[in-house]
Design a protein around this ligand. Structure first.
Ligand SMILES: NC(=O)C1=CN([C@@H]2O[C@H](COP(=O)(O)OP(=O)(O)OC[C@H]3O[C@@H](n4cnc5c(N)ncnc54)[C@H](OP(=O)(O)O)[C@@H]3O)[C@@H](O)[C@H]2O)C=CC1
Ligand SMILES: O=C(O)C1=N[C@H](C(=O)O)C[C@H](O)C1
Length: 248
């Protein structure tokens, strides 16, 4: 994603690339990314020289990058997934002093899909079972995907329940029958799939499927740069793609 986002920034006339950081000792250190810009290890210096930091890394790296953004009073777009409640607490804390936009999926289509899922879950009764399936490339480390969890949150919000109380992740064994009200997740991994998600609402005799297919990672980079441009100069607070895309 780092490379896709750099390419998108360089291709966007309203945006200027301030630089890019990798962790110290990384083999890419010092590699040229644009005229007179090389990959560095100093995220704090980068945050001081930028209006917005864009983080698509790992949950551990996010913690460091969030600290750098706060120390430099720089806004931050967070696309990293695999976040835990601890990370969300840190993000809430950071959002008291800087502008933070966190989303598991920067695409327009998935942002719209989440709104549709919430609506469907709120209008269809509890006799409609909700299951979420996703497929990603063979290198993805976290499961279920951040997007699947975000869609689960949308469905749970539509139902007026907390996802943590109804989520069923990775059913297996002889005692895996579906419980009433569960929101189930299934994660498939293989090949070079950029990101497929389908939310299935199943009742007796009929099934509604709401889904999204990312045809390339370029859509996420496009959304991330759009989010960064939107976030620049915003007051401290926690924002979502809904605001960027005018969906709320
Ligand atoms: N919100 C969205 O729309 C999307 C989110 N994602 C999420 O973005 C994240 C990254 O995805 P992807 O690019 O595919 O993953 P990769 O593993 O390809 O890239 C992660 C990069 O972060 C680097 N990194 C790790 N630690 C640090 C650090 N301390 N400082 C700077 N860089 C660091 C890694 O280095 P190294 O080479 O050493 O591993 C690697 O280059 C994932 O969580 C993914 O789920 C992905 C697509 C869309
Ligand atoms: O790791 C990926 O590739 C992706 N990660 C995000 C997620 O976990 O939902 C977004 C997208 O699906 C691609």
């Amino acid at each position: 994603m780092g490379q896709s986002i750099i390419a998108r920034v360089l291709d966007t006339k309203e945006a200027v690339l301030a630089g890019a950081a990798e962790k110290p000792g990384h083999p890419a250190m010092g590699r040229s990314i644009a005229p007179s810009l090389v990959i560095c290890a100093n995220t704090l210096a980068l945050a001081h020289s930028a209006d917005v930091l864009v983080d698509f890394t790992t949950p551990d790296a996010l913690e460091e990058n969030l600290t750098a953004a706060c120390d430099a009073s720089c806004a931050i777009v967070i696309g990293t997934t695999g976040l835990t409640p601890k990370h969300h607490k840190l993000i809430d804390e950071a959002a008291k002093t800087i502008a933070v936009l966190q989303t598991a999926n920067t695409s327009l289509g998935v942002t719209m899909l989440a709104a549709l899922v919430k609506e469907a879950a709120s209008r269809l009764g509890d006799d409609w079972d909700i299951e979420i399936a996703e497929m990603h490339h063979r290198h993805k480390v976290d499961a279920p995907s951040g997007t699947a969890l975000m869609l689960g949150e949308a469905a749970a919000a539509g139902r007026g329940v907390k996802l943590a109380n109804v989520a069923a992740k990775g059913r297996t064994g002889a005692d895996a029958a579906r419980k009433v009200g569960e929101i189930g997740f299934a994660a498939l991994r293989g090949g070079s799939v950029a990101g497929d998600h389908v939310v299935i609402l199943a009742a007796d005799g009929e099934r509604l499927e709401l889904g999204h297919r990312a045809e390339s990672r370029e859509i996420f980079a496009r959304g991330a740069v759009r989010a960064a441009l939107w976030l620049a100069g915003k007051p401290a607070g926690r924002y979502t793609m809904n605001e960027v895309l005018g969906l709320s």
